[in-house]
Design a protein around this ligand. Structure first.
Ligand code: PMP
Length: 414
């Protein structure tokens, strides 16, 4: 049936939008869009180098894969699990949270989700009512505002630029607080900036939230990817009284190179976890049983696999920051976490490069893809224009070649 046929046979339907307002308002994921464009060009045979990916370039460690293969052979795992997750996995998450964060929680505080992304959606769905304001430190991961809006909430951006290492202060948050403020979203180490909040600043922000009765949703998915001696600390550990109004988000994707397995979780107070579990029971039922079995092994074994990745990421991080800062007009703070760098390119905008004059980072990213065949994500995906996000989760040679091409192209700016 064509669109016309639909309208002809149901005249009333023409008066109504075909796609609901709620879903029609969701923006396409800009990071996935960049990745798709780069892959399409590659498929045409172009030598595109992609800095868009948000996933480690390493395979999942062999012992985790083996555990999954074994689990797939056992018919017990061909069935549904409880909607909230396998009891064994919840127990492993409780133990891991104690081991890595020194945070004491019970299985009733845990909900296993289809990746950290579903935990983000369910966290906001569980605590945000229409009209509630959610403070969103910017640059922010592109999914957060969409998840807030889907819950009827209003994202309120609080921007911190490169001169403050992209870290928001209590003063900035306080200036944005209103009597509608219900939640603060917090992410450290950060996607997209790679910034890591120092423990004192985490404590100060947690105490501020507690004092004003503001919930905190804290995303700790990059907790094990830190460099230069930086340390991830968990906000409800720094401010224990916050635990009753705090949701911690996490997952296996980044730590164990398991993005495709889709296992994440949320930790929160019992009533919120119960409500979110009810939601999930109608939305997706349980996470893939075999993936849950693999996650039990990932979380129970030691952290040597992530230590190896960290060494490679650290080497690439330093190489990339050095090369980017050599480009006139580009300013790249040295990030201490995750696997992204977030240079300001404002010094390049408005200049002429190969006959074009990009005035926004989105235009500049387009120019870089067309002329240098390098894919980067523009700052517009994460907040204000004027920045680029580059992932260093790719091989050292490609990294040097790709940044070299950007250096050469932007070196022509006049
Ligand atoms: N939080 C942040 C900050 C992320 O960058 C990502 C992945 N890009 C996620 C959560 C979700 O990861 P996943 O759904 O793959 O577990």
């Amino acid at each position: 049936m064509t669109e016309n046929e639909t309208s002809d046979s149901h005249p009333a339907s023409t008066a109504r939008p075909r796609v609901s307002g709620r879903i029609g308002a969701i923006a396409e994921s800009a990071t996935l869009a960049v990745d798709a464009k780069a892959k399409a060009l590659k498929a045409q045979g172009r030598p595109v180098i992609g800095f868009g990916a948000g996933e480690p370039d390493f395979p999942t460690p062999g012992y985790i894969v083996e555990a999954a293969v074994e689990a797939a052979r056992n018919p017990v795992n061909h069935r549904y699990t409880p909607a909230g997750g396998l009891p064994e996995l919840k127990a492993a998450i409780v133990a891991k949270t104690r081991r890595d964060s020194d945070y004491e929680v019970a299985p009733e505080h845990v909900l296993v989700t289809n990746g950290g992304k579903q935990a983000v959606y369910q966290a906001f769905a569980a605590i945000v009512d229409p009209g509630d304001e959610v403070l969103l430190p910017a640059p922010y991961w592109t999914t957060y505002p969409e998840a807030v809006k889907l819950a009827g909430g209003v994202p309120v951006e609080v921007f911190a630029d490169e001169t403050q290492d992209y870290l928001v202060t209590v003063e900035q948050l306080e200036a944005a607080r209103t009597d509608r403020t219900k939640v603060l979203l917090f992410c450290s180490p950060s996607n997209p900036t790679g910034s890591v909040y120092p423990p004192e600043q985490i404590r100060a922000i947690g105490e501020w939230a507690l004092a004003h009765g503001i919930w905190v949703v804290t995303d700790e998915i990059y907790e094990h990817l830190t460099y230069d001696g930086a340390r991830s600390v968990s906000m409800p550990v720094e401010v224990p009284a916050l635990a009753d109004t705090c949701i911690v988000l996490n997952g296996v994707a980044k730590t164990y190179a398991m993005t495709g397995w889709r296992v994440g979780w949320m930790i929160g107070p019992r009533d919120v976890i119960k409500a979110a579990t009810n939601l999930q029971s109608h939305l997706t039922s349980n996470v893939c049983n075999v993936s849950q079995r693999a996650a039990v092994v990932a979380l129970t074994e030691d952290l040597s696999a992530v230590q190896e990745m960290r060494v490679a990421f650290d080497r690439r991080r330093r190489a990339m920051v050095g090369m980017l800062n050599d480009i006139p007009g580009v300013q790249c703070p040295t990030p201490q976490g995750a696997f992204y760098v977030y240079p300001s390119v404002r010094g390049v905008l408005g200049k002429q490069i190969r006959g074009r004059v990009p005035t926004t980072s989105a235009e500049l990213a387009g120019l870089i893809l067309d002329e240098a065949e390098v894919a980067v994500v523009p700052g517009e995906a994460f907040g204000p224009s004027g920045y680029l996000r580059l992932s260093y989760a790719l091989g050292d040679e490609d990294l040097a070649e790709g940044v070299g091409r950007i250096q050469k192209l932007l070196g022509e700016a006049r």
